[in-house]
Design a protein around this ligand. Structure first.
Ligand code: FES
Length: 158
């Protein structure tokens, strides 16, 4: 028997060290590729997903909207984005996007002050029109058309 066939790698064998270095580099490369690749994938894929979600929904029935008491709001999803239906004291309705025009936080209706408030930076909007009233929001909330048909609340893009 020769020495080569019975030879086992010793822990400090340079050949074994190279194999371990190669495996560690491969694992590190895979982790790095995941860390860099996933955000890039999400960045590139998200506009397509968003566009698909936005183009599909132009009109919808707000479930539970007809049962909404006065001076109350109901949050719902219009496509992929949060929106709110507000039933005003005079019996009218308004439907607005709930995505704050400042940095995109979700705004909500405050019945005690009859306003829409974004808690992220104190943005205030008019509950009837969605107009930006105070704080950092640079423009109004998107308003939708509201129609009451056969006891159902239908919301559509204006
Ligand atoms: S994100 Fe709404 S006020 Fe800043």
């Amino acid at each position: 028997m020769s020495d080569d066939t019975n030879r086992q790698a010793a822990p400090d064998d340079p050949e074994r060290r190279d194999v371990l270095k190669f495996a560690a580099a491969g694992a590190l490369g895979a982790v790095y590729a995941g860390l860099v690749g996933y955000p890039v994938y999400k960045y590139l894929a998200s506009p397509i997903e968003k566009a698909a979600a936005e183009t599909v929904v132009t009109e919808m029935v707000v479930e539970g909207g007809a049962a909404l008491p006065k001076n109350a709001a109901l949050m719902f999803k219009f496509g992929a984005k949060p929106a709110m239906l507000i039933h005003h004291e005079d019996g009218s309705y308004s439907a607005l996007s709930a995505v704050c025009t400042h940095l995109g936080c979700t705004a909500s209706y405050e019945p005690d002050q009859k306003r829409i408030f974004c808690a992220c930076h104190g943005g205030v909007y008019d509950a009837l029109t969605g107009a930006n009233v105070s704080g950092p929001p640079p423009k109004p909330l998107t308003a939708f058309k509201v129609q009451v048909t056969d006891g159902k609340i239908v919301v559509r893009r204006a």
